[in-house]
Design a protein around this ligand. Structure first.
Ligand code: ZN
Ligand code: ZN
Ligand code: ZN
Length: 93
């Protein structure tokens, strides 16, 4: 299902996000598929739409994506979850 992104307590980065709707569940972590690895939960970057896996997953591709790009905010791509998190501010937004 495609749902609009809603910020409860937006930080200074929230105004810059380009992705305004998120499909939950996301299909896959493409980087894990290429590696033949697996993931626990999926996160979507709200700057470019990149889907990566969470910090409970062996490869932590969502965090790797932030470290590589500095794209600040991710949201959960799991069904029923709507939270978003800013890596720069280290809090739910
Ligand atoms: Zn922020
Ligand atoms: Zn991954
Ligand atoms: Zn991104």
């Amino acid at each position: 299902m495609s749902l609009s992104v809603h910020f409860g307590q937006p930080c200074s980065h929230a105004a810059q996000v380009k992705v305004r709707t998120v499909t939950r569940p996301a299909p896959a972590c493409e980087e894990c598929l290429k590696l033949g690895s697996h993931w626990v939960h999926l996160r979507e970057c709200l700057t470019c739409g990149h889907v990566g896996c969470c910090d409970s997953s062996p490869n932590r591709h969502a965090t790797q994506h932030f470290l590589a790009t500095q794209h600040p905010i991710i949201t959960s791509a799991e069904p029923g979850e709507t939270w978003a998190f800013c890596y720069v501010d280290q809090r739910i937004v």
